[in-house]
Ligand binder design. Structure first.
Ligand code: 6PG
Length: 488
């Protein structure tokens, strides 16, 4: 083993351990540290035995074991634990040393930490890491951002351990890891990834519930459909694991049907929604996906309501195969809307925080290794490579054509689900967004009139220049004084 380690990793939960093993398998020497030393000992004597991994029993020894500039990656719980470890590390570090946070941290925290560490001469990198435990071990998608001077030192390690996708010759050489941008942009992109993950998962769940409750399909029948979809434009990790899950049996019965229908969430989907609200970007599908989890969580209330509230009992009399084809189209179109909305959030954030995001490169980082990996991301990369200023993915020729081609099926699915009383919040909100986005004349003129009527909030006119505001004394009782105009 080399005398000094290439990198240190703090935190020996499953993601930390697997990343270390991944680094060692690529020829790097790693020092492992954990707050409780017995975890380090167990790891060194267990999974790490015989590999280029050493343990440290203190922060001092961790730092002393590293070559300079020191690179220390935190794989600890987001929030206060990250700040606590940073505080413990600082006294032992020298100018130019690098701290990387590989957890699911809030991007505002990474903005703050990048600035405060820079003021102390240290380089901070907030890095999204996606792919779960298997990804961490075999090749995750990695989204680093922060102090760019750190990148040349991290690049050889991060790109070596990341997932790889095929180059133009079909060889797996293109790393799903690149520099994202300054401050907390790496964690921002990871947050949007997770929001999209919530949307993709909920869309799949809506397809599943329509198959199960409307079409009356068995687990094996549904498995076959998802496995088939995985050979089409929908091919993705989440569709693939859905087929596997539906096929999994316990005592001869599909295990999934024994799992309680209350979804958990750690919060990254909610952060994406809240951020979109702050930025004023309509992120309706991910918002609905988060709320669908919240609705699922009030199981007892739903059970009670199910015997009180009236509605149709789903019954299907049409052509099942044709409906399944429409469902596939609805899923694809809604997924395109979801990515269009997610990318719109990134565009707005880039403006707000002065980040230079490369949207094609982000699609490539998500192409392999991460939870939302799919073939579809190739088309997103092409769309942004063709027009880096593309304001909405729906306006790209390819996606425009796909969505137009799927419309009939998409509308049929949403209409049928609505008539049959099956809740499909993401499929339907995606369609509603699509129709809203392509509406040149929305009803917001009436809304502005209402605001002006009750609160003298003023309005702009279609027959006057933008930026000129008017107030009408609608009732003859109000005065001519208008309130100030401002937009949040
Ligand atoms: C990933 C995942 C991961 C996320 C889990 C759980 O990219 O590997 O996004 O970071 O934490 O999927 O998320 P929820 O508990 O919020 O569903």
């Amino acid at each position: 083993m080399k005398k000094t380690s290439d990198i240190g990793v703090v935190g020996l939960a499953v993601m930390g351990e697997n990343l270390i093993l991944n680094m060692a398998s690529k020829g790097f020497t790693v020092t492992a540290y954990n707050r409780s030393y017995n975890k380090v000992e167990n790891f060194i004597n267990g999974r790490a035995a015989g590999k280029s991994i050493r343990g440290a029993d203190s922060i001092e020894n961790l730092v002393a074991s590293l070559e300079t500039p020191r690179k220390i990656m935190l794989m600890v719980k987001s929030g206060q634990p990250v700040d606590d470890f940073i505080e413990q590390l600082i006294p032992h570090l020298s100018k130019g040393d690098i701290i990387i946070d590989g957890g699911n941290s809030q991007f505002e925290d990474s903005n703050r930490r990048t600035k405060s560490l820079a003021a102390q001469g240290l380089l901070y990198v907030g890095s999204g890491v996606s792919g779960g435990e298997e990804g961490a071990l075999l090749g995750p998608s990695i989204m680093p951002g922060g102090a760019k001077e750190a990148w040349p030192h991290l690049k050889p390690i991060f790109q070596a351990i990341s997932a790889k996708v095929a180059d133009e010759n079909g060889d797996l050489t293109v790393p799903c890891c690149d520099w994202v941008g300054s401050d907390g942009s790496g964690h921002f992109v990871k947050m949007v990834h997770n929001g999209i993950e919530y949307g993709d998962m909920q869309l799949i769940c809506e397809a599943y519930i329509l198959m199960r409750d409307l079409l009356g399909m068995s687990g094996d029948e549904m498995q076959a459909v998802f496995a088939d979809w995985n050979t089409t434009d929908l091919s993705s990790y989440l569709i693939e694991i859905t087929a596997d899950i539906l096929a999994y049996k316990e005592d001869g019965q599909p295990l999934v049907e024994s799992i309680l229908d209350t979804a958990g969430q750690k919060g990254t989907g909610k952060w994406t929604g809240v951020t979109a609200l702050h930025l004023g970007v309509p992120l309706t599908l991910i918002g609905e996906a988060v709320f669908a989890r919240c609705l699922s969580a009030i199981k007892d209330e739903r059970v009670q309501a199910s015997s009180v509230l009236a509605g149709p009992k789903p019954t299907f009399t049409g052509d099942k195969a044709a409906f399944l084809e429409s469902l596939k189209q609805a899923l694809l179109a809604s997924k395109i809307v979801s990515y269009a909305q997610g990318y719109a959030v990134m565009r707005e954030a880039a403006k707000e925080y002065d980040w230079e995001l490369d949207y094609g490169a982000i699609a490539l980082m998500w192409r392999g290794g991460c939870i939302i990996r799919s073939v579809f991301l190739d088309n997103i990369k092409t769309a942004f490579d063709t027009d880096p200023e593309l304001s909405n993915l729906l306006l790209d020729d390819y996606f425009n054509k796909v969505v137009s081609g799927t419309q009939t099926g998409w509308r049929e699915v949403v209409a049928t689900a609505t008539l049959q009383g099956v809740s499909v919040p993401c499929l339907s909100s995606a369609l509603s967004y699509y129709d809203g986005y392509r509406t040149a004349n929305s009803p917001a003129n009436l809304l502005q009139a209402q605001r002006d009527y009750f609160g003298a909030h003023t309005y702009e006119r279609k027959d006057k220049a933008r930026g000129e505001f008017f107030h009408t004394n609608w009732t003859g009782r109000g005065g001519n004084t208008s309130s100030t105009t401002y937009d949040v």
